[in-house]
Design a protein around this ligand. Structure first.
Ligand SMILES: CC(C)(COP(=O)(O)OP(=O)(O)OC[C@H]1O[C@@H](n2cnc3c(N)ncnc32)[C@H](O)[C@@H]1OP(=O)(O)O)[C@@H](O)C(=O)NCCC(=O)NCCS
Length: 205
């Protein structure tokens, strides 16, 4: 079953069609899209978020082959989407994807979201490992993998919007996550949920 997951600052809730406008606005931002595959069109066409949700994301969630959570702030009564984190089993090497609106980056929020999703997938679903891919230039994304105990298993090249770039494929085993998770949790102590205010800054596309 696709459940909501709570962390100290976040509520990860299943994405819905009502999230399409927020996703559409964020995918108009180059900084969000630059390390995504070229098969996602850029500039992002009007209505693309809605049709992607309708035709791909929601049917796959129903079939149980994708978990797609809207990242929302627990303190926001509207639970507006500020980012997305997904587990997908369509490819064997890119099983978790995430992005966060620029206004909310650099606050440890994706560390917190990944913590919940790693727990959901590894001990939760009983998966032996998770496999990830990212551009070597995407420092924050790679740091999220390293800090959780993932190790590089393969290198290559891939076509991103930012160009054909070196990539690394990573493996996070259940045992590596079990070892790393306390340190990741402790690293979140630098962010006090009580000091955290909602900005909900609008995004212009
Ligand atoms: C990648 C992304 C999700 C990171 O989210 P975030 O909430 O800003 O990340 P966090 O604040 O939890 O930081 C995670 C780690 O990366 C580091 N980091 C964050 N931003 C960084 C930056 N711009 N440069 C270098 N390191 C950075 C943090 O210091 C932290 O490491 P630490 O625990 O050792 O201190 C966000 O930058 C993003 O949405 N980027 C655009 C979409 C994208 O590229 N998605 C990934 C595709 S594989």
């Amino acid at each position: 079953m696709h459940l909501a997951l709570d962390t100290p600052r976040l509520r990860l809730r299943p994405v819905t069609l009502a999230d399409a406008p927020a996703i559409q606005a964020q995918f108009g931002q180059w900084e969000i899209l630059k390390y995504f595959p070229r098969k996602i069109p850029w500039p992002y066409p009007d209505g693309a978020a809605l049709s992607y949700l309708e035709q791909t994301v929601l049917p796959e969630m129903q079939k149980g082959v994708r978990y797609s959570w809207a990242i929302t702030l627990r303190r926001d009564p509207a639970q507006a989407l500020i980012g997305l984190i997904e587990l997908t089993f369509a490819t064997p090497y890119d099983q978790r994807a995430f992005w966060l609106g620029q206004s909310w980056q650099g606050l440890g929020l994706m560390t917190e979201a990944c913590f919940a999703v790693n727990d959901f997938a590894l001990p939760g679903l009983g998966m032996p490992d998770l496999l990830f891919t990212s551009a070597d230039a995407n420092t924050a994304s790679n740091r999220l993998k390293e800090q959780s105990g993932a190790v590089p298993i393969e290198h290559g090249l891939y076509d991103f919007h930012a160009g054909r770039l070196p990539i690394t494929r990573w493996q996070l085993t259940d045992s590596a996550w079990a070892k790393a998770r306390s340190a990741v949790w402790r690293s979140l102590a630098r962010w006090n949920p009580d000091d955290f205010t909602i900005t909900n800054q609008p995004v212009s596309s």
